[in-house]
Design a protein around this ligand. Structure first.
Ligand code: PLP
Length: 387
């Protein structure tokens, strides 16, 4: 009997080893990995920079508690502050925890001002995590079934509809929480002028703009943060997934003004920002810079989109390409499960985003040759499904 709770519909595949963009199953079969642990394995598998820092840091100190100063955490906070323009960082262990911290700080910020604003507005089709607060923030009903009573204080509006958003803001609104590019919800891009408009609305109404960059952050879209494409700085920003390159870490960044509401005893996490996870995250950021991976993301994105565009022209079952950088989606006319299964049989791992979108999330250091190989495997899989 399997004693693991069946919260995931697992595919019949046991991955036991990874090397760069390739993974191997327990039968020795090799797969090209365009899932990367759902946007986690930023540098692919077993990158020497991560192996090295894991060995060194675990031989020195894995964990010591946030009761003490942690130099790796301070250094990582400096780096994240520098790249985001936000002065303070709270560390946790996952995306949902980072968003929970964002929701809490928004409430506390207005509480400290003696003000009753507490409602967080998010987008329909958004995904913000599986905690009670974050599944309530999520703009998809399917994740909420059976978990009532849900916490109060959340509203949802359609993405890219600035007018609807403006009408939803009232004197109870504390913050707007958005993914600049929705991942789980179907690879839906927030328009640049929409994001700029949301920034202005927040300034006008004195409310907080909070961006969930858990899937888009740390280079995934071809910029370190996706909000750079719109030239905006949020008041609060959340990171996880790609930051640790495979080691669990989450971060909630806030402007100095907002961060002042989190003082000693207001929030915490036993494991959050421990020496190991912070040392690895520093190695990830360092490697992105040294290997010029943002440029690689942009180049490989152009290559992958060009290849997918010709496949859209070739196969009737395919509609269009969406996304940015190496968070790309292919909208299909029918359910995508047969495509994903055919890919797996051809030695290619891809995933879905909703029922009709195939999602591609290769490591940021995927090579030209690997993208070319992926396109060959993908075409062969499509031939089989649409034959
Ligand atoms: N926010 C976004 C945008 C995500 O894509 C995810 C996970 O897919 C989360 C939050 C939740 O992150 P975690 O699964 O680490 O709790």
């Amino acid at each position: 009997m399997n004693h693991v709770m069946p919260t995931y519909a697992r595919v019949p595949l046991t991955l036991v080893k990874g090397e760069g963009t390739y993974v191997y199953d327990d039968q020795g079969h090799k797969y090209l990995d365009f899932v990367a642990g759902i946007a986690v394995n930023t540098l692919g598998h077993a990158h020497p920079a991560i192996v090295d820092v894991m060995c060194k840091q675990s031989a020195t100190m894995l964990h010591c508690s946030n009761l003490y100063a942690i130099p790796q955490q301070e250094k990582l906070a400096d780096k994240l502050a520098e790249l985001s323009g936000l002065g303070q960082v709270f560390f946790c262990n996952s995306g949902a925890e980072a968003n929970e911290a964002a929701i809490k700080i928004a409430r506390k910020y207005f509480y400290d001002m003696g003000c009753s604003k507490h409602v967080v507005i998010t987008a329909t089709q958004s995904f913000h995590g599986r905690l009670l607060s974050t599944l309530t923030a999520t703009g998809q009903d399917k994740v909420k079934i059976g978990f009532a009573p849900l916490p109060k204080g959340f509203k949802h509006v359609a993405l890219n509809d600035l007018e609807a958003l403006e009408h939803t803001i009232d004197d109870q609104t504390a913050a707007i929480l958005l993914e600049p590019l929705q991942g789980e919800g179907g690879v839906n891009l927030a328009d640049v002028d929409y994001l700029q408009g949301v920034r202005s609305l927040c300034d006008q109404h004195g409310i907080l703009l909070m961006l969930d960059e858990i899937q888009t952050g740390i280079g995934r879209t071809g910029a370190m943060l996706a909000c750079e494409h719109a030239g905006i700085t949020p008041d609060v920003l959340t990171l996880a997934k790609g930051l640790g390159g495979g080691v669990p870490i989450g971060a909630m960044l806030a402007s100095d003004k907002v961060a002042a509401s989190f003082s000693a005893g207001t929030h915490g996490s036993t494991f959050g920002g421990n020496p190991l996870s912070c040392a690895v995250a520093l190695a990830v950021l360092d490697t992105i810079e040294k290997e010029n991976l943002l440029q690689n993301v942009r180049d490989r994105s152009v290559q992958l989109q060009a290849g997918l565009t010709s496949l859209v022209a070739q196969f009737d079952g395919l509609e269009s390409i969406r996304g940015q950088g190496l968070l790309l989606g292919l909208l299909c006319k029918d359910e995508v499960t047969p495509v994903i299964e055919a890919c797996r049989a051809h030695g290619l791992l891809v995933l879905s985003a909703g029922n009709h979108v195939v999602r591609f999330l290769p490591p940021l250091n995927v090579s030209h040759a690997e993208v070319a190989e992926m396109l060959v495997l993908f075409e062969a899989s499509l031939q089989e499904v649409f034959a």
